[in-house]
Design a protein around this ligand. Structure first.
Ligand SMILES: Cc1cc2nc3c(=O)[nH]c(=O)nc-3n(C[C@H](O)[C@H](O)[C@H](O)COP(=O)(O)OP(=O)(O)OC[C@H]3O[C@@H](n4cnc5c(N)ncnc54)[C@H](O)[C@@H]3O)c2cc1C
Ligand code: SF4
Length: 326
């Protein structure tokens, strides 16, 4: 599968990058590490006339402390996140999730911005052009029917990035820049829940930074992931757990899910677990039940929806108990 022809734009500054995005709006794709974009382009899922390569922009590669918390540049690689002392000490659940992405080589190239902006995935979509054509295409690309939920008009492709559920648990915000304005939103407001139009990003916009607030520092955490090949694979179900304790009391529990809905999501209703008593096996089972109900896996991947939902239950209980005991 070859790449179609395109013009490569390689700006050295954010300002130039945003200028090019505006100039070619609608016919340009952003390339960060390229670890997801380039395989997708070979499958002809995207055929832009221009590619905006961000990798020369130095200012977006750092992890730094600010008055708001820790800011991570969108071009920071997953390898750098995995090996950051400050993140390991203050936001361990993010490091745990980053460590599981793909393989060491891909983590050296793949960025946190690319992981957040990752396209949604489906068995009927992540295929070659010839394969998709033989099935009559689908709503997400070139067609008008959904093979997963025939009769409906919605795309259910699953969001399958590993770090966003951890970032949701940490109440992360993102900075989005365009040529005219820079804005900050909570990551939880970035995703639409629609598989084909999965993120709220306008054509001239880039994700430039991720902000981890001071208030989320010190949460203990764990990440558990189901995948076909343990050495290198996207999640087919993933659970991030973050717990805040103070003076032996559990002050907050956050659980984020990935790969079982068109967006990464937080589990709601966990406040009943808070208090002096700690979390015993029964309470962990209650949290696991809430997580399993939040997960809405469909036949978008190689493993059955029933199995993936059950794994969400099992992983939630295990990850929560492991975090409480750590
Ligand atoms: C074999 C293989 C296994 C993989 N396994 C996993 C896995 O286990 N878990 C996982 O999460 N991912 C996995 N991936 C996907 C990918 O490697 C990671 O998600 C990585 O973090 C993507 O980052 P990138 O910088 O390479 O993104 P790119 O490929 O450069 O971009 C991905 C998407 O985000 C957009 N984008 C990138 N940066 C920005 C930005 N700053 N602003 C706006 N849009 C942007 C691009 O236009 C593109 O649509 C795998 C990929 C491969 C090839
Ligand atoms: S969920 Fe349906 S519309 Fe979306 S990619 Fe899969 S088959 Fe296509």
């Amino acid at each position: 599968m070859s790449l179609s022809e395109f013009q490569l734009v390689r700006p050295r500054t954010l300002r130039d990058a945003l200028g090019s995005l505006t100039e070619h709006a609608g016919n340009i794709r952003v390339l960060a590490g390229g670890t997801d974009l380039l395989p997708s382009m070979r499958q002809k899922l995207f055929e832009p006339e221009h590619i905006l390569d961000l990798r020369r922009i130095e200012g977006l590669k750092e992890i730094r402390e600010t008055e708001h918390g820790i800011e991570i540049g969108a071009l920071t690689t997953l390898h750098e996140i995995e090996h950051s002392q400050v993140l390991r000490q203050q936001y361990p659940v993010l490091v745990e999730a980053a460590k599981t992405v793909a393989s060491p080589l891909i983590r050296h190239m793949g960025t946190i911005g690319g992981n957040i902006c990752l396209d949604t995935r489906c068995l009927w979509y992540n295929q070659s052009l010839a394969w998709r054509k033989s099935c009559g295409f689908c709503i997400k690309k070139d067609g008008n029917l959904c093979h997963v939920a025939p009769g409906g008009t919605k795309c259910w492709a699953a969001f399958s990035g590993d770090t966003p559920p951890a970032l949701l648990c940490l109440n992360a915000a993102i900075e989005i820049a365009s040529a005219s304005v820079t804005r900050r939103i909570l990551l939880r407001d970035f995703y639409t829940g629609e598989g084909d139009n999965y993120r709220r990003l306008q054509p001239g916009e880039l994700v430039t930074r991720i902000i981890l607030p001071h208030s989320s520092s010190g949460y203990r955490g764990a990440y558990r992931k189901l995948r076909v090949r343990g050495s290198i694979d996207y999640p087919l179900a993933g659970v991030a757990v973050a717990v805040k304790r103070s003076n032996g009391r559990i002050e907050d529990i956050q659980i984020g899910l990935t790969a079982v809905n068109p967006a990464p999501v937080l589990v709601e209703g966990l406040k009943v677990l808070l208090g002096d008593g700690g979390v015993d096996e029964r309470a962990a089972e209650h949290a696991a039940e809430l997580a399993a109900r939040t997960a809405k896996p469909l036949t978008t991947s190689a493993l059955t929806p029933e199995y993936r939902r059950e794994i969400i239950r099992v992983f939630t209980k295990r990850a929560l108990l492991a975090t409480i005991e750590s």
